[in-house]
Design a protein around this ligand. Structure first.
Ligand code: URA
Ligand code: SF4
Length: 226
């Protein structure tokens, strides 16, 4: 927060952040967030999940239909593909803390179905204080952005996953995170894009995703590697 700015004048999640910045206090406070309009139609806030000591933070887009109902990230079909890819990359899911750039499910109703809608820049920016606070609480060694929404939340709105996937990056200084050690950041595709992929490159695209996750695993200090 820039100096001289009153946090109560800033739209978004900032004003809902609790004084105590431990993960469980954050999760509790996020349950009452009204920093953008998405809380109105969603079932509940879906906060990050994983051990406070996890060295890898995986950042998705937003909870899906299942996550919205169960209150936990990556418990639906995209999460199943993610777990398979992590294991193919020799990255133990227990070493990961999983979260999303946006903590409420955005959807439109079509009959009985709820159809996923991509969160817009306003929602991504509104929700970013939770993600920043999670990074500061967790202090991960590596952050993996799964897809453009997560990557643009942390690396800027002009970031292109296709141009920079798999590269070892740092968070922009403008985020003013002040975390030690400074985490490495990498971006790759979103597992949902692989679920939707009907092309004849489906298997290659999956393998490229696994290779990116393996790159993240390789960036971990030796004490975390299997
Ligand atoms: N897709 C995401 O980006 N996050 C989830 O938690 C589930 C699906
Ligand atoms: Fe708050 Fe984020 Fe939910 Fe918007 S999406 S209400 S900013 S937790």
């Amino acid at each position: 927060m820039p100096k001289g700015v009153d946090k109560n004048d800033v739209p978004g999640a900032q004003r809902y952040l609790p004084e105590d910045r431990g993960l469980s206090s954050l999760e509790h406070a996020a349950g009452g967030c009204r920093g953008c309009t998405l809380y109105r139609d969603a079932t509940q806030t879906v906060f990050g999940h994983g051990k406070a000591e996890a060295p890898v933070m995986l950042v998705g887009e937003q909870p899906g239909d299942r996550e919205d109902q169960e209150g936990q990230p990556f418990v639906g079909p995209a999460g199943r593909l993610l777990v398979r890819a992590l294991s193919d990359a020799d990255l133990d899911p227990a070493l990961t803390y999983q979260t999303n750039a946006v903590k409420h499910f955005k959807f439109k109703r079509q009959g009985n179905r709820r159809i996923h809608q991509k969160p817009g820049r306003i929602e991504v920016v509104a929700c970013q204080p939770w993600l920043i606070a999670e990074i500061q609480a967790l202090r991960p060694q590596v952050i993996v952005c799964l897809g453009a929404t997560a990557a643009q939340s942390l690396l800027g709105s002009t970031f292109r996953v296709t141009a920079h996937r798999g590269e070892r990056l740092r968070l922009p200084a403008a985020l003013d995170l002040e975390v030690e050690p400074e985490p490495l950041v990498m971006a790759t595709v979103h597992p949902s894009s692989l679920l939707r992929d009907q092309s004849d490159r489906r298997q290659e695209n999956y393998e490229a995703f696994v290779a990116d996750l393996r790159g993240a695993a390789d960036a971990l200090p030796a004490m975390f590697r299997s």
